[in-house]
Design a protein around this ligand. Structure first.
Ligand SMILES: [Zn+2]
Length: 281
């Protein structure tokens, strides 16, 4: 039997519709840890005769016309071990089953509402997505990003958190005169530290709104990339960006990159600047 693979949207809508809580114990549930329980066990999908028998015995069709095993009418968010411990073959008693399925029905409008919101969000994300691809294939400058974003902004997509990925090929740095101070030796870790600190300091100088890393930088040995989110960026402030060795590898909105909203990832704004142990002096 092939198991249903939950899409991000399905998982997220379910989590939001149940207010980020476990259906069974009603305690808060981390989105990352959430498991999805089938109230009517999913294994029935592989046994149509048994499923038909079950539907008759439990009066499923009378109570829930068009009931499907793989549907929001049968999915609930649950703690993975603590509250989702039934074996695949175990079935609730009829009374319990009907009680639970009715409660799930009551939540369906909230699920629908979340799905609608998320689809709208997805539509917006695609606009940024196409920009991301455009940038990936060429070495775009800040000015190009700005031009794309001003088009996007005019279409009222201003409320998205922009994530820019800055990249540099460290081997190329010394082949041309980029204006890197000569006292920076070609020692890869040292060079990366310097580049990353310099980038953050420079951004702090020109961008008045908060920004921060979304994750530690990636250091391949030949290149360095740094991903920074700007939750309230006014793109004009990037006009003064003058570190020509950095390329913009990617410009995407937060949702498109991570599959959840900036607000959910960072309910409180992390401290301004750099991620991890490095702190510009
Ligand atoms: Zn629970």
């Amino acid at each position: 039997m092939t198991k249903h693979r939950f899409s991000y949207i399905e998982r997220y809508a379910l989590w939001k519709a149940y207010d980020g809580r476990c259906f069974y114990c009603e305690e808060p549930l981390d989105f990352q840890d959430m498991s999805i329980d089938h109230v009517v066990p999913e294994r029935f999908v592989g046994y149509p005769d048994e499923l038909a028998q079950f539907r008759r015995d439990y009066d499923i069709d009378e109570n829930f016309p068009n009931f499907q095993v793989n549907d929001f009418a049968n999915w609930v968010p649950a703690h993975p071990r603590k509250c989702n411990t039934r074996k695949g073959s175990e079935v609730f008693s009829k009374k319990m089953m009907l009680l639970i399925l009715h409660e799930v029905q009551r939540r369906l409008p909230a699920v629908e509402k979340q799905l609608t919101l998320l689809r709208k969000e997805r539509g917006r994300a695609r606009i940024f997505g196409s920009l991301g691809t455009a940038i990936e294939n060429q070495n775009f400058s800040i000015a190009d990003v700005r031009e794309f974003l001003s088009q996007v902004e005019s279409e009222q997509y201003v409320d998205e958190s922009l994530v820019l990925t800055f990249g540099v090929i460290t081997d190329d740095l010394f082949e041309q005169d980029h204006g890197i101070p000569l006292n920076i030796s070609y020692d890869y870790p040292h060079l990366c530290d310097w580049l990353e600190l310099d980038l953050v300091k420079h951004l702090r100088a020109i961008v008045p709104s908060p920004f921060h890393h979304t994750q530690p930088s990636e250091r391949s040995g030949e290149s360095l990339s740094v991903r920074i989110v700007f939750p309230e960026l006014n793109i004009d402030s990037l006009d003064n960006f003058d570190r020509p060795w950095w390329k913009i590898l990617e410009a995407l909105n937060f949702w498109e990159l991570f599959g959840y909203t900036y607000q959910d990832a960072f309910p409180e704004l992390p401290s301004h600047g750099i991620f991890g142990q490095l702190e510009p002096g």
